[in-house]
Design a protein around this ligand. Structure first.
Ligand code: FRU
Length: 512
């Protein structure tokens, strides 16, 4: 009997130990310095691009470039997480591991509703992931055909994946950078279409069944920004706001060559007939003037693409990017993990005069995590106005007007600052190295500039601050900046000034 009691006591002790240990680990993760509180991060180790996002039966799936062996980039896997609301994410097992064909680079996933692939034998709905195999051994041998497109399928709603036996499904024709397939179903041609990046352009293929692919067209070798390699394209149809007209938007990430240095995502507006993407005439004029047009002028929104299979009843084009920049992503001062994703956003196409504008808005689901703490009504900015203080992980919404320039100073207890300015023409964001944070990159500090499309004295702002990031949606999402910052204490105070300017109204609070 005593022996039995002893065994039970020992068992309880062991269980308590593990329970405490579990708690200690998650506690440590939550409180870790710089750890975002409402952005997606891997629990530990290295993450880059979002991959394979799709919606299926009430769940949003997010996969991501992941190296479980280190906090710097390495042999790529696909990590996996799921969410019901695009804000709270549950971590899942790694979905795809490197294999004899190579590392698992970026790509997409689709729900093969009609089993066109024939991969389901018992009435299941296949989820097909399309990705690039990057063959490191071949690259090291000096070959150039070391990237090719492959697929994997899931017959259990995206829980587990099996690599297709006939991989690769698209062989490399001798192009060094040949990667990041995004696939969608094109209804009028009744075909799957794949777009991927091929060095300085995108290539488009189509297929009846996701396994047999034929080249249909190419786009971009002389158009848009070319300061670096093209990566992670996307192509989707979207309504022009307030009209019945539909246009096609192509996203193309590029690194380096972004407007504020390093990595960034440009876009093109046009038409797609199932074979070729042709730029819209008005957009051609725009790009002839500006040479490149960007979804986000901040330095930390890269490789973003949109969710597949979002139901038509929802109708949103949902987007998420990697909150990082290859200029310094592998040096940022986090310890247990590296990188976060941007907030999920919905994309909208607006036409302002003759110009198209791709607008990003934070998803409405975020509002249920917001607790309001204060508000402000009409105040002149001749003297600095403190909007809030002692508030971490804040959101703030402000509308008002700028004369010459309004300055928004975001500070912490140590007086580290991130400064946003708004004039009629431009929005700028200046970040510095945090006091007490060891300098980690020469490329981090500096001023980022975005043109303001509205060119108006009136402004409105929606801003989300987390432990190491700030996301600014100005003028209803027409001008967007996403930026990291690394301070010993996170931002907790906002002061606004700018003679001649004023705040008309504002509200703020905390996230979560
Ligand atoms: C973009 C990218 C992709 C590639 C992946 C590798 O950040 O370079 O082109 O597939 O990262 O991790």
């Amino acid at each position: 009997m005593v022996k039995k009691l002893n065994t039970i006591a020992l068992l309880l002790l062991v269980l308590t130990f593990f329970a405490c240990k579990q708690e200690a680990v998650s506690d440590q993760v939550v409180k870790e310095k710089h750890r975002p509180q409402y952005h997606f991060t891997p629990d530990s180790m290295w993450m880059n691009d979002p991959n394979g996002m799709f919606y299926y039966e009430g769940t949003y799936h997010l996969f991501y470039q992941y190296f479980p062996g280190s906090i710097v980039w390495g042999p790529m896997h696909w990590g996996h997480a799921v969410s019901k609301d695009l804000v709270t994410w549950e971590h899942k097992e790694i979905a795809l591991y490197p294999d004899s064909l190579g590392y698992i680079f970026s790509g997409s996933a689709v729900v093969d509703v009609n089993n066109t692939s024939g991969l389901a034998k018992n009435g299941e709905t296949p989820i097909v992931a399309i990705f690039t195999h990057h063959n490191m051994a071949k690259e090291k041998e000096g070959a150039i055909d070391f990237q090719y497109q492959s697929i994997a399928y899931s017959l259990d709603g995206g829980e587990t994946f099996t690599k297709y036996a006939g991989n690769p499904v698209i062989k490399n024709p001798g192009i060094r950078d040949f990667r990041d397939p995004k696939v969608f179903w094109h209804e009028s041609s009744k075909k799957w279409v794949m777009i991927f990046a091929a060095q300085n352009k995108v290539m488009l293929y189509n297929s009846p069944n996701l396994t047999e692919w034929a080249l249909i067209s190419e786009f971009g070798s002389n158009i848009g920004a070319h300061g670096g390699v093209w990566e992670c394209p996307d192509l989707f149809e979207i309504k022009v706001e307030g009209t019945d007209t539909k246009k096609w938007v192509m996203l193309v990430s590029i690194n380096p060559g972004a407007p504020n240095g390093g990595s960034g995502t440009q876009y093109f507006v046009g038409d797609f007939d199932g074979t070729s993407f042709v730029m819209d005439e008005d957009f051609t004029n725009q790009i002839n003037q500006d040479s490149s047009i960007w979804i986000d002028y901040g330095r930390d929104n890269y490789a973003g693409v949109t969710w597949s299979n979002v139901p038509e009843t929802d109708g949103r084009r949902l987007f998420m990017g990697w909150m990082g920049n290859w200029d310094y992503a592998q040096q940022v001062p986090t310890k247990r993990w590296r990188s976060a994703m941007t907030l999920a956003r919905s994309l909208h196409l607006e036409k302002i005069g003759a110009d198209y504008l791709l607008v990003s808005k934070p998803v409405d689901e975020l509002s249920k995590y917001q607790t309001q703490k204060g508000n402000i009504s009409s105040v002149k900015l001749d003297k600095p106005v403190t909007v809030f203080e002692n508030l971490q992980n804040a959101y703030v919404e402000l509308s008002g007007s700028t004369k010459a320039e309004v300055e928004f100073k975001f500070t912490n207890e140590l007086n580290d600052e991130v400064i946003l300015t708004l004039s009629k023409e431009n929005m700028t964001l200046t970040r510095k190295e945090g006091l007490g944070i060891e300098k980690f990159s020469d490329k981090f500090a500096g001023t980022q500039v975005a043109p303001r499309k509205s060119k108006s004295e009136a402004f409105d702002l929606k801003i989300y601050i987390d432990q190491s990031s700030i996301e600014i949606f100005a003028d209803g999402g027409k001008t967007v900046m996403t930026s990291l910052y690394f301070f010993d204490k996170s931002i907790s105070k906002l002061t606004v000034s700018g003679s001649g300017g004023q705040i008309d109204k504002g509200t703020w609070g905390v996230m979560r």
